[in-house]
Design a protein around this ligand. Structure first.
Ligand code: RIB
Ligand code: CA
Length: 303
């Protein structure tokens, strides 16, 4: 089984990704970052996931704000507690003394994939402090960016938009990067059919995820007028553990930092000519969504 370090901003889809990761891989640690909600809340939520899973995976609190810009959150999608207002199950777990970036720098090793599910602030800070760090990890599998349109702006995806300076540092770092952008994750959609399927599973994990997913579908209906919700973050887990269900293309990807309309856009060179720039990222372009969904549902059947 692959060894993962999850860097995340739980977040409904982050929570599903954490539960999935513990079923399909070895999770060495969880690092939290400010993103969907502030880092105190993402950290509490990550601890709750370990409680639900009944595992001792250590949780390390990471960056509370982006490298240069002000924090950006998405309570309008994930709810004020980041978990869709799901009734919080009491848990008394606390994060580790060591900070998230220190954990990444000191304890990530060459067989560890960093699965980045939120803004890339922690990873960028690690690279700023030690550029050789990327040589000491297996690679980075990230949910973020897009080869097509954005979500938080017409051109930018939330994780990259929330800290574009950090994303630029990661994309320029020379790391082995797999990118699951919106072009990919919007192929992995859940619906009321998924909720119905989860209702049929008699497990604490399914009972926890079902109301969160329903909340997300309700939000998507009010925001987009359609009851479909992309399961973004689990894609970045599966891109490491089940790469055969994806189609990847090696592309040049760079982050726009100063565009009035395009700040936070991942500029992917997909020109059909031979003039393409030197590739630096394995970009996921297709996914076998049915297999991906069966893997996610299967991970909720028991801790
Ligand atoms: O744009 C989708 C991404 O932003 C996902 O990681 C979601 O959890 C939010 O962080
Ligand atoms: Ca996320």
């Amino acid at each position: 089984m692959e060894s993962l370090i999850i860097d995340c901003d739980p977040g409904v889809d982050d929570m599903v990704a954490i539960l999935l990761a513990h079923h399909v891989a070895n999770v060495k640690g969880i690092v939290t970052v400010s993103g969907n909600v502030p880092v105190a809340t993402t950290t509490w939520n990550a601890l709750l996931a370990t409680e639900l899973l009944q595992v001792n995976t250590p949780v390390y609190r990471g960056s509370s704000k982006p490298l240069e810009s002000e924090p950006v959150h998405s309570e309008h999608v994930h709810g004020s507690n980041g978990l869709g207002g799901v009734v919080r199950i009491e848990q008394r777990r606390v994060s580790e003394e060591k900070g998230g970036v220190d954990f990444l720098l000191e304890e990530a090793s060459p067989e560890d994939w960093i699965v980045a599910l939120g803004p890339l602030t922690n990873l960028a800070t690690a690279i700023q402090r030690d550029p050789d760090w990327v040589e000491r990890i297996r690679g980075i599998s990230m949910m973020g960016g897009s080869t097509t349109h954005g979500n938080i702006t017409p051109t930018a995806e939330f994780n990259v938009y929330a800290d574009p300076e950090a994303a630029a540092i990661v994309f320029e770092s020379g790391a082995d990067i797999r990118m699951c952008g919106l072009n990919l994750t919007h192929q992995f959609l859940t619906s009321d059919e998924t909720v119905k399927e989860l209702h049929g599973i008699d497990s604490d994990l399914a009972k926890f995820v079902t109301p969160m997913l329903k909340f997300l579908l309700d939000r998507m209906e009010s925001l987009n007028g359609r009851r479909f919700a992309a399961l973004h973050d689990p894609c970045a887990v599966l891109a490491v553990t089940h790469p055969s269900i994806f189609g990847f293309e090696e592309l040049s990807v760079h982050v726009e930092l100063s565009g009035t309309l395009t700040r936070g856009m991942t500029v992917c060179d997909q020109r059909t000519t031979r003039m393409r720039e030197q590739p630096n990222v394995w970009v996921a372009q297709e996914i076998d969504a049915a297999t991906a969904l069966s893997l996610v549902v299967g991970s909720l059947k028991s801790p």
